[in-house]
Write a protein that binds this ligand. Structure first.
Ligand SMILES: O=C(CO)[C@H](O)[C@H](O)COP(=O)(O)O
Length: 224
């Protein structure tokens, strides 16, 4: 069974939590795109929702599919947020941001009543850290932050796209960190957040309420 089919199955299962009248946060990435497509199909069949996209890419896809959209500040909060992940561990802790949308994704996650993460079976890990941890940095400070993180043993790599710096929807850069040898992820998160110029990290700790994993032709649901 292909990983893409597992992503699709997880997305279809997650969308069952969405009911008419809800404000729905729309994640970013290939798994989230399956969810947006499924919501688009349901909207065509009469589901009445308003979406809040987490990126310009998702905004474009949802608009093409006819999903009514709004922005976070115009809502009274989000009923359910559905997004993919790069890794999740047995404690439902996540690394996100492979697609570079981690800042808006974390803001929407924080402002949502229910957070559902959808994943293919390859995203499950015993311990976070095979995937490089993205951190979003202000361009003005990025060089200095890179030097500091190097001294901390986190081997930062400035993310590039087509030979130039990758620029997020908020106009920032991304440093991808090697956290394979970090034993205390809570401490890492708080240390990183104390560095001026780091806007956000891709560690989503204690934020997921439900994780739906596509496995073969079925899904497995983990709940907090
Ligand atoms: O955090 C993300 C984007 O910033 C994505 O959810 C994450 O990268 C997973 O992507 P995909 O579903 O394509 O594997």
């Amino acid at each position: 069974m292909s990983l893409d089919r597992e992503k699709q199955l997880a997305a279809i299962e997650a969308v069952k939590y969405v009911k008419s009248g809800m404000t729905v946060g729309l994640g970013t990435g290939s798994t989230a795109a399956h969810m947006v497509k499924e919501l688009g199909r349901l909207v065509q069949n009469g589901l009445e929702i308003v979406g809040v996209p987490s990126s310009e890419n998702t905004n474009k896809l949802a608009t093409e599919l006819g999903i009514p959209l709004t922005t976070l500040e115009k809502t009274n909060g989000i009923d359910v947020y559905i997004d993919g992940t790069d890794e999740f561990d047995p404690y439902m802790q996540l690394i996100k941001g492979g697609g570079g949308a981690l800042l808006r994704e974390k803001i929407l996650t924080y402002n949502s009543d229910l957070v559902i993460i959808i994943a293919d079976s390859k995203k499950e890990v015993k311990r976070l850290g095979d995937f490089k941890l993205p951190v979003e940095t202000i361009p003005f400070a990025t060089k200095k932050i890179e030097q500091l993180l190097q001294k901390m043993g986190l081997h930062p790599k400035l993310r590039l796209k087509d030979g130039s710096n990758f620029v997020t929807d908020e106009g920032n850069f991304i440093l991808d960190l090697d956290m394979a040898h970090v034993s205390n992820i809570q401490l890492l998160e708080s240390n990183l957040k104390q560095i001026p110029g780091i806007v956000e990290t891709g560690l989503f700790l204690d934020m997921a309420d439900i994780i739906i994993i596509g496995k073969g032709e079925t899904t497995i649901t983990l709940k907090k």
